[in-house]
Each structure stands twice: as structure tokens, then as C-alpha cells.
Design a protein around this ligand. Structure first.
Ligand code: SF4
Length: 476
């Protein structure tokens, strides 16, 4: 999971890129980077959150009316400085890209680029192979006759060679701003315009902050190119088979975003309603409902209303600790939970508390939270989860890559309940998840591979094993 942004304005975009990245910060805190362009390119990137990487001094160097930005959460690389985006190549002309997603044929593609095409790759980020393939394909065009058609041909070839989830924004020096989304549209990408200003972003919320009023999703399989003359060229490059990531609606996206026509906050309320029905069906009767902050709050609100029990803040979050899920190493995650959450004893003591959380991956976090609430004096602690059991690795850019990590892959729900030491454990059903997120978009289908193991790109066991090896190598 990463956040990407591209802006083409009538005035310098450096500051606005920083503002936009701040609204996308929840999508990754591992690194941040911005590249802008005027007569030449200006790049600043580094490890850390946006506020740590950018300051007045380096921002002053980011001149130019066109630029791209990125916040990163490491999925394929080890999280070193070299893996921070944007990436840039000089030939056939200056091209820089930022991407959100994961290349599922990364090991093969990397080998081919290095051994066959003699490309120099400087990192283990999957953005770099995408950039090199795109550059290679753009290099095949007649540069004197460069135009939108050259761009669309290059994107088509990139779709043929690069497999997986790709939402990409590219800056082509002196030519324009390009964005494209793979035919499955697994990762979100939004296009906005306001008069003669243009933008692309992972989530619509970035445009709320930047003052764009009109936006639309980049369609799956679509490429949009805004030339330096500010003309917009949009082309459906590949047949769309839309399968957006359903987990964006459960956890990743900001609740005030709209993705592929679905309001994230509304989807979370519906998830809470469906989960409330499950809680009733399981005969769980708490004294109060408490969200595990922050992503489960909307669902917990609606769940409490559905079962007719009051909602209380039973846990308070220290907002200055990074999101647990986006800490790549298990030792970091364990420490972070204790730093991040603290119980409100006055609400918990002597009561039966139903905690609402969005997911259980390894079970270590849930166990610590249940213990924390018990230690604060709760009589009984129940757990309700807005997503069904997670069982399969995500190969499209989320850090739950290795198969051994899933508690639900190895154990039954009752065994998980015992392991996390809850008095009851209620999961969302699969149908409940899909129907709640879908809302009134009855025909919408999603990527639900982490729940079902059915990968929309047809990932093979060999691909999975290779990606897992890559991931283990990176976090070793
Ligand atoms: S596997 Fe799960 S987390 Fe990954 S893209 Fe699909 S739904 Fe999203």
C-alpha cells in the first residue's frame, strides 16, 4: 500500500504536493518523495514521514508547475533509502514514476531487464522495473513525432509485460503527465481537474484538501495523458475486468474518501450493521461496544446502534505512533501496540465489553488488546471483526505476504478465540463483507483474494513462492 500523487498546475506545485501527500500519509510512513520539473528536474526523497522528509529549505528547491509525489509502505523492497520513490531515468528522455501496487512477476521481470536488456536497477522497488519497461517502450517511438499515441502504445506494452496491480503516475519531461491503472483496477487512482489545473491521486481526499471540486476514477485499463499544452487525452488501453481491493474499504482508505463510486465511510457503516446482525445471531450480549481505534470506529458506531447497546471509547490511541499494520517487522509491531493504545478504565471496569476491530492477521495484536482491556477490569471481553478470516497472502501490495503469518489459515475460529483469550469471537461473513461494501452497486466485483485465495491475476504457486522468498529476503 502506497500513496501516489501527480499535479500539473499554473503555478509551482511543490508545496501543494507536500499538502496532498500529508492527506495520503495513512497509506505509508516508510518514505516520502517528490520530483518536480521546470527546465530540469528536482528530486527530494528519503525515509520517514512527509513532515520528516520535507522542510522549508528542500521545498524551495522543488520548483516547477508539474510534479509527482509518493508515500511508501515497503512491500517488495527492504525499505532502504534506495527504495524510496519517485524513480527517474534519463533515456529516451527524462521519465519519472510513482506507483502503488505490486508486480507479481517481479523476479522474472527483474532478471529479464538486468540480464537481457542490460538495464541498471538501483533498488528492489517494483516501481523501477515498471519505469524501465515504460522507458524502453517509449524509446521505440519516433521521438520527433512523440504524442499521445506514442504514450498509449508504450502503456499497452507495459500492461503486456508487467503483471500485478499497478496504479502509476509518470512525469515525462517537457511532454506531460501520464497516469494508468491496470485492467483489474486493483489499486485506486483518481483524476481531477479544476480549470487548467490537473491532478492524479490514490484517494479523492487529497483533492478535497487541494481544492479540486471535480474528480473521477481512472478506469481500470485506462491511461490518461495531459500534454504540456494542457489537453487531456484519455484512452481505454485494455479491456477492463474491474476487481478493486475490498480491503481498502475495510481498513486502508481514509473514511472520507470515495473510491470507484463507493463512499468509504458509508461502506464501513454497512459493515458494522452486518456485523451487528452476526453478533445477535451468536447470542453475544455486551454492556458496551468499544472500537479499536481508528479504522473500526464507523463500523462500531453502527454495530452498537444495530444491537441497541451504547458505544464508548474503551481504548484511546496515541496518534503519534505509526499504524501497527504498516510496521514491517514483527518485533516493531509488538512494541507499537503497547505504545499506541491505552484503556479507559472508567468505561471498562466491571463491564462486558465488545471490542470491534477490522481484521486479525497474526493474532498477536488482538491478544495484547484483549489482555489490556481485561487488565483494566473488564468482566468479559468479546471481539467482533469487520472482515472475515484472513487466510491468504496479498500479492498486490499489502504486507501480509507470507502464508505462515495467518492465524486463520492454521486454526478454527474457536481456537483463535482461545489464542487471543476472548470470551467470544465473531467474524464478519464473506457475503456480509461483499454485500456491505457493494451497497447499491449490485454488479460490482472485488479482489477478495486474501479471504478466498482466488487471485484475479491468476497467481501461480510458483509466483507465490518466489514473491514470498523475495519478501523474506527483504525483511531478514
Ligand atoms: S488480496 Fe486482499 S488486500 Fe490484497 S488486493 Fe486483494 S483484497 Fe486487497
Amino acid at each position: 500500500m502506497c500513496g501516489i500523487l501527480g499535479l500539473f498546475g499554473r503555478s509551482p506545485v511543490g508545496e501543494r504536493l507536500v499538502e496532498g501527500l500529508l492527506t495520503l500519509q495513512h497509506r505509508g510512513q516508510d518514505s516520502a518523495g517528490i520530483l518536480t520539473s521546470d527546465t530540469t528536474t528536482h528530486l527530494k526523497k528519503g525515509n520517514g514521514a512527509v513532515a520528516q522528509v520535507f522542510n522549508e529549505k528542500n521545498l524551495a528547491r522543488l520548483t516547477g508547475n508539474i510534479g509527482i509525489g509518493h508515500v511508501r509502505y515497503p512491500t517488495s523492497g527492504p525499505g532502504s533509502d534506495e527504495d524510496a520513490q519517485p524513480f527517474y531515468v534519463n533515456a529516451p528522455f527524462g521519465i519519472a514514476i510513482v506507483d502503488n501496487g505490486n508486480v507479481t512477476n517481479y523476479p522474472d521481470l527483474r532478471r529479464e531487464l538486468v540480464d537481457k536488456d542490460h538495464r541498471q536497477l538501483t533498488s528492489y522497488s517494483d516501481a523501477e522495473p515498471i519505469l524501465n519497461v515504460l522507458a524502453e517502450e517509449l524509446g521505440r517511438t519516433n521521438l520527433a513525432r512523440f504524442g499521445p499515441e506514442s504514450v498509449f502504445r508504450a502503456v499497452k506494452a507495459t500492461f503486456r509485460k508487467v503483471k500485478g496491480a499497478l496504479s502509476v503516475v509518470a512525469l515525462i519531461q517537457d511532454k506531460g503527465l501520464l497516469a494508468f491503472r491496470d485492467p483489474l483496477g486493483i489499486k485506486p487512482l483518481v483524476f481531477a481537474r479544476q480549470g487548467r489545473d490537473f491532478g492524479f491521486a490514490s484517494e479523492s481526499v487529497a483533492f478535497d484538501r487541494l481544492g479540486f471540486r471535480r474528480f473521477r476514477d481512472v478506469a481500470p485499463g485506462e491511461a490518461i495523458f495531459v500534454g504540456m499544452d494542457r489537453r487531456v487525452h484519455a484512452r481505454q488501453i485494455a479491456r477492463p475486468r474491474h476487481r478493486p481491493c475490498i480491503f481498502e474499504y475495510v481498513y486502508f482508505a481514509r473514511p472520507d474518501s470515495v473510491m470507484d463510486g463507493i463512499e468509504v465511510y458509508e461502506a464501513r457503516l454497512r459493515l458494522g450493521r452486518r456485523l451487528g446482525e452476526e453478533v445477535v445471531r451468536h447470542g453475544v450480549k455486551p454492556d458496551l461496544v468499544a472500537p479499536v481505534p481508528d479504522t473500526a470506529r464507523a463500523a462500531a458506531t453502527e454495530l452498537a446502534a444495530t444491537i441497541g447497546v451504547r458505544l464508548r471509547e474503551g481504548l484511546i490511541k496515541n496518534r503519534y505512533i505509526p499504524r501497527t499494520f504498516i510496521m514491517p517487522r514483527p518485533s516493531d509491531r509488538t512494541r507499537t501496540v503497547r505504545q499506541k493504545l491505552n484503556p479507559v478504565r472508567s468505561q471498562i471496569k466491571g463491564r462486558d465489553v465488545l471490542l470491534v476491530d477490522d481484521s486479525i492477521v497474526r493474532g498477536t495484536t488482538s491478544r495484547q488488546i484483549v489482555k489490556m482491556v481485561r487488565d483494566a477490569g473488564a468482566r468479559r471481553v468479546f471481539l467482533a471483526i469487520t472482515a472475515p478470516p484472513l487466510r491468504y497472502p496479498c500479492v498486490y501490495g499489502i504486507d501480509m505476504m507470507t502464508r505462515g503469518e495467518f492465524i486463520a489459515k492454521r486454526y478454527s475460529v474457536d481456537k483463535i478465540r482461545k489464542l487471543v483469550d476472548a470470551d467470544a469471537l465473531v467474524y464478519q461473513t464473506y457475503d456480509g463483507l461483499v454485500e456491505a461494501v457493494r451497497g447499491n452497486m449490485k454488479d460490482r466485483r472485488f479482489c477478495t483474494a486474501c479471504f478466498t485465495g482466488e487471485y484475479p491475476t491468476g497467481v501461480t504457486r510458483r509466483d507465490l513462492a518466489a514473491l514470498e522468498r523475495e519478501r523474506r529476503r527483504c525483511i531478514a
